[in-house]
Design a binder for this molecule. Structure first.
Ligand SMILES: [Zn+2]
Ligand SMILES: [Zn+2]
Length: 443
């Protein structure tokens, strides 16, 4: 019978790669908590209406990329394509907006978009999101950007470029859209998507991926020139604050972000080494979104980090090692019986340990131990059991040498040891855990 395969565009994440994911997520949690953010965990399914209303119906996401289906009751549901709308939804529904001060939340998890699968792009992808609701202060914009840059720095991502822009408010966009429409209408040769957007959503032409459209945009009016006084002051203040803490950025007048709800500050971080899809994170302010979703007029700002991209950029030797310390090789029925409780004692002492229950030969068991990247094998056969001892055999990192009639462990990476190397030492069962803790693992 043929095996069943995963859905196209969906990827299994397996060890040892998963340890990188854990590492990235731990760093993100630590960083966000230092800035006062708390985690939310939200369902992956929402009512379709939530995204249609917030993201905008002329965006690629809503028009052609959502996983939407009708459930058994006939309701239209969608697998979340992004996080901001649902964080706002959850805050409104659970009364979080009523709490005083800025609501600072983060969320990690899978998002779903029906895009053409290509290298590094999946239909189920993962994001790390932060959202801050309840203030329009430019200080918050600067802080959010700083936090993002802080995290990416801690992850060791190199050659970062921070791009910023202001998308203005509904008042100043009216003017800008009118100017832009005139400019766009005066040119020929836009792609099919852009021709449609000329009327419905001219801003989206600015971030068209077609090289040709981008070349036609040279000399187009910029949002910055159309900003109203308030928006202009806000944008300048954000830049002033970033300058003050020495964060390098570039102004990118065509940065509009793919979603309709953004206002004022928009930003994106790109990294070298990813090819054309070089964006690792992006975000911006969304002052009208809470109101659009039926809530009070509360401003917000946030960002999303593409986790797959981050993982791809990590240095290849990051945290790949298995954490397994002990493989307990028991040979024979009695030894297997005894090993089962030793195994549990090891784990209680904080030493990760596994054994194989199939009662295979020592050779086969050591093969498994090697495959699992265990640091040492503990060997227990009938002979050892008789003497109440076990054999300890270093598998990785250490060798055993004998000095003055006593066994010593030397880390292989030191490469300074002299003397005879032994395969295995013997130790009384009673002192096994203490010996492992002190000599081998220094727990
Ligand atoms: Zn404005
Ligand atoms: Zn175009």
């Amino acid at each position: 019978m043929a095996i069943i395969r995963a859905i196209r565009g969906m990827k299994d994440i397996l060890p040892p790669e998963t340890s990188r994911w854990q590492w990235v997520e731990t760093k993100a949690r630590e960083t966000f908590e230092r800035y006062g953010y708390r985690e939310v965990r939200l369902p992956v399914l929402e009512k379709t209406e939530l995204f249609a209303r917030s993201i905008g119906s002329d965006t690629d996401i809503v028009a052609k990329e959502m996983y939407t289906f009708t459930d058994r009751r006939g309701d239209s549901l969608t697998l979340r394509p992004e996080a901001t709308a649902q964080v706002v939804r959850a805050c409104l529904e659970n009364g979080l907006m009523k709490a005083p001060g800025v609501k600072k939340l983060y969320l990690m998890g899978p998002m779903f978009r029906y895009e053409r699968p290509q290298k590094g792009r999946y239909r189920q992808f993962h994001q790390i999101n932060c959202e801050a609701l309840g203030s329009d202060a430019p200080e918050l914009d600067a802080e959010v950007i700083l936090m993002l840059v802080d995290l990416l720095g801690q992850l060791g991502i190199k050659d970062l470029r921070l791009l910023i822009n202001s998308l203005g408010c509904p008042e100043c966009t009216v003017d800008f859209k009118a100017q832009l429409k005139l400019f766009l209408a005066a040119q020929e040769g836009w792609c099919d998507d852009c021709r449609r957007r000329l009327d419905t959503n001219p801003l989206r032409v600015l971030d068209c991926k077609s090289q040709h459209c981008q070349s036609l945009l040279v000399g187009s009016p910029t949002m910055e020139d159309s900003l109203c006084e308030d928006c202009s002051r806000h944008y300048k203040r954000v830049q002033f604050l970033l300058d003050g803490v020495g964060v390098a950025y570039e102004k990118k007048p065509h940065l509009v972000r793919g979603l309709d709800y953004y206002t004022r500050t928009a930003f994106e971080v790109t990294a070298a080494g990813l090819g054309a899809q070089d964006s690792v994170a992006g975000g911006g302010r969304y002052n009208g979104l809470v109101k659009d979703l039926g809530g009070p007029d509360i401003p917000g700002i946030g960002f999303g980090i593409g986790e797959e991209r981050i993982i791809e950029l990590l240095q290849s030797d990051y945290n790949k090692e298995s954490q397994l310390k002990v493989f307990l090789a028991a040979i024979g029925n009695r030894a297997q019986e005894e090993a089962f409780s030793i195994l549990q004692d090891l784990r209680k002492a904080g030493i990760s340990a596994v054994m194989d229950f199939e009662n295979k030969s020592l050779k086969s068991q050591l093969k498994i131990a090697d495959k699992l990247e265990a640091k040492v094998a503990i060997i227990l056969g009938d002979q050892e059991l008789e003497k109440r001892v076990v054999g300890i055999r270093p598998l990785r990192d250490f060798v055993l040498i004998q000095e003055g009639g006593k066994y010593n462990l030397v880390e292989i990476k030191e490469k300074q040891f002299v003397g005879q190397v032994f395969q295995q030492e013997e130790i009384g069962l009673e002192s096994l855990i203490d010996h492992l803790s002190i000599t081998y693992f220094k727990t």
